[in-house]
Ligand binder design. Sequence first.
Ligand SMILES: Nc1ncnc2c1ncn2[C@@H]1O[C@H](COP(=O)(O)O)[C@@H](O)[C@H]1OP(=O)(O)O
Ligand SMILES: [Mg+2]
Ligand SMILES: [Mg+2]
Ligand SMILES: [Mg+2]
Length: 362
Amino acid sequence: MVQVAFARRGALAFVPTRRILTRPFTMSLSTAAYAREREVATEAVLRASKLCTRVFQNLVSASTIEKKDKSPVTIADYGAQAVVNSILHEAFPNDPIVGEEDSVELRGNAATLDKVVELANSVLDKSLSSSAVLEAIDLGTYAGGKKGRFWTLDPIDGTKGFLRGEQFAVCLALIVDGTVQLGVMGCPNLPVELSKPNGERGCLLTAVRGGGAYQRSFASSSTDKRIHVNPATSPSETQFCESVEAGHSSQSDAAAIAAHVGITRPSVRMDSQCKYAVVARGDAGAYLRLPVSATYEEKIWDHAGGVLLIREAGGSVCDARGRELDFSQGRTLKANKGVVATNGVLHEQIMRAVESVVGAKI
Ligand SMILES: Nc1ncnc2c1ncn2[C@@H]1O[C@H](COP(=O)(O)O)[C@@H](O)[C@H]1OP(=O)(O)O
Ligand SMILES: [Mg+2]
Ligand SMILES: [Mg+2]
Ligand SMILES: [Mg+2]
């Protein structure tokens, strides 16, 4: 517990200086806060990531069906949600889950359900029946809210990126009384080093509140390495990161904001919460998500883990109006509009530009 206290504000004053200097901000995983949750979440996300990669390699072209909202959803989304929910429920049977998917369409499609069951069982140590898989998926129907502890899951964030063979992420976070305490993100297609796109791919990113942000590669021998945001003090030294989909975030407003702060490098465009990961590890200076619709409400599972990663890597996050993101409002971030995540140093400067470009219209 002593080592954990080093990372907590307030506890620092009681720790002798020499010990701070010799073991700065280190955490022992066995004694850290939420250690068991982190272990279980990591296991769940890695198994779900394996399932997604298997689907992409073998089945994706044959198995895309359409949800009523027309967004693509594959057997991988369902399978990953079944796997993560089932592992979470076994370890923490009293914890509710806010998950993106539900089983409604799957219940009317026996052939697809069979594939989902086979897939889920291929990465689990047990054999779930069809009804157990449906029940596991529907553990994700919790409404969220201000009080208590719950998980939020996006089994595949960036389904469009997944279908294109580009970036997607399995995103899991633990929220307690409205505050994100743990985030675990599996990014199967993300290069371990962005500058080496043909190098090793597959990253696990983890953050515990007050305990730092870490990355390791999917390779089994890999160990967690602490990550930090880019130290750039001038916007011109860095670039923005934004959605591939112009319908999810205004790329023209982002270009205007970049021009305003003197960024000349093109934005890094990628799908999913991988954008939070690349800002947290310093590949980009900021992630802008700028509203294109007056009515769209961001979902908590699209942001919870990523926001914690940014903060624990030394960065800052708020919405496009400068408000704190509020994860206590239910399944959506209905009190917020858009998201701006930065390396911290550049936050005020970027927010001034955001205000001047989009302030009047959001
Ligand atoms: N109009 C919209 N504005 C912002 N985000 C959206 C919109 N429609 C869908 N999304 C969500 O954006 C996320 C992907 O973002 P990105 O483009 O950054 O990868 C998905 O979770 C997707 O939700 P859904 O999974 O329900 O389709
Ligand atoms: Mg979706
Ligand atoms: Mg999503
Ligand atoms: Mg999704």
